[in-house]
Write a protein that binds this ligand. Sequence first.
Ligand code: AP5
Length: 242
Amino acid sequence: MANTNLDDVPSLDLMTELLRRFKCSSKPDKRLILIGPPGSGKGTQSPIIKDEYCLCHLATGDMLRAAVAAKTPLGVKAKEAMNKGELVSDDLVVGIIDEAMKKPSCQKGFILDGFPRTVVQAQKLDEMLQNQGVKVDKVLNFAIDDAILEERITGRWIHPSSGRTYHTKFAPPKVLGVDDVTGEPLIQRKDDTAAVLKLRLEAFHKQTEPVIDYYSKKGLVANLHAEKPPKEVTVEVEKVLS
Ligand code: AP5
């Protein structure tokens, strides 16, 4: 709301936001990392955790896609790697996370969704947090068999401006191809094809699985059964975080 003239904000919206902030003030701070292969449900569970604990949701994939769409210098550099299912360079993503964590909405902590994805990124994150005198509380590992992921990824539809995610079979919108809330059209991601998924999974096993070991050694990892239906995964997340 930084650039909004409060006179123009409807009273009901203002009161709702005040009530939300009041409730948030009694919630404990939390700094969480969500790790899992493409389609494991990180983006589906994040908004639920965010609302429950008043955290900011920092998804490097969403930030990079926004930069690609806006054709910023960062987006131009990231586009090719993303379309090929490869990881973007560590320096680029570390820079955007460092900047994003300073936002006021991250005051009570954060959910990192899709970061860190390499051991170098995890080490850089440790340095950043050490400088702020804080540390990661929990790493949620969305453990799932690769075989389940193709159907999830190729059936996914997204509302780009809100990040709302649908699935033709598992979470269909009320009207096919249309966002439930705004009525705007849904899109499919360029990298959500079976062929690119194969490469994204290779990158996950080679570069991101070692990050799970990195945090396991610190005793921070909680394993989730991410193959279960979304609501059951939410219950597991609640248990881990309570
Ligand atoms: P990113 O956007 O992070 O993609 P990802 O990690 O591949 O994860 P996804 O968004 O595909 O999956 P998700 O786990 O969020 O699944 P979702 O909840 O939507 O990264 C994209 C690219 O950006 C990377 O390839 C890389 O190039 C670059 N990048 C990003 N971060 C980077 C970094 N740190 N370093 C370097 N490069 C980086 O679920 C999928 C579908 O399944 C949905 O349709 C959903 O409705 C459905 N679904 C979800 N849960 C369930 C369930 N339990 N049961 C049934 N269906 C379900």
